[in-house]
Design a protein around this ligand. Sequence first.
Ligand code: BDR
Ligand code: CA
Length: 315
Amino acid sequence: KHQILIDTDPGVDDAMALLFLRALPTVRIAAITTVFGNADIGTTTHNACYLAERFAIEAPVIAGAAQPLYVDRSAAPVHVHGRNGLGDADLRLEGRRAIDPGPAHERIVELIRARPHELTILAIGPLTNLALALRLDPGIASLVSQVVVMGGAFGWNGRRGNVSPVAEANMRHDPHAADEVLAASWPVTMVGLDVTSRCVFTTEEACRLAAQGGEAGQFLWDISRGYEAMYRTHDGVEGFCLHDVAAAAYVIAPEIFATSRGPIRVVTEGIAIGQTIQPAPGHSFPAGAWDHVPAQRACKDVDAPRLLGLYADTL
Ligand code: BDR
Ligand code: CA
């Protein structure tokens, strides 16, 4: 089984990724750590707890970072994920499970050290917790199975950003953390907008899932009404992007993606703040910013129909 630690800011598409992974027999969710992003940390942690409790996910929910490392926290994207982070659906639940107060980065270190070479870290929010974990114990870099990150873009598919012309939201929320995580000596795969913006789940498919996907299918329909409306208004599509689901799918079905390797860094200030950059292959540069930056993997292309089918069939 894939042993996965999910670092997340639920988040409409985060909820989709969590329920997708929960439904896969080849996956064991080892822990859910939370981070600010789609809403403040209190809200994203509450949402993670809600999802774990309502959908019987056994993993502990551990609270993480409330703020980026250095930049000011960006406003929560209420027009995308709603005021409560889950499309303003009613999220009352009796007897919620206890939240582990964390901090998440300490637990991440403990969990990796307890299961050397076994854990996949799936990061689908800002990368603050992972950067703090690496700072606390750089030795964890050689002890993970892999790190899969939803974030960034290189424009391979014409798309470079979703919160600025060049920045994707998770990178923009904490660009310093993202730069540290991508430049660390652990095996990262970046699942960016290059592929996730092609994974559009149509309204028709969402409707079918609501009818045939049981409680989870109906719940995902309920929380995604505003998310879908946002895509209709901003992108002119009848459906919505499965960003975080695509990163989750990479863990269990990497063969449906095409990847390339090279060093990746993140712009930490100025108008391009949050942009992911990569030197063109074969170029060398004077000593400086690219010294000792390890090659990481980035997804260039995806078999989107297969990914969307895998998601719908699994749920
Ligand atoms: C990413 O930002 C958030 O809005 C989503 O949950 C996803 O992780 C997409 O840019
Ligand atoms: Ca997310």
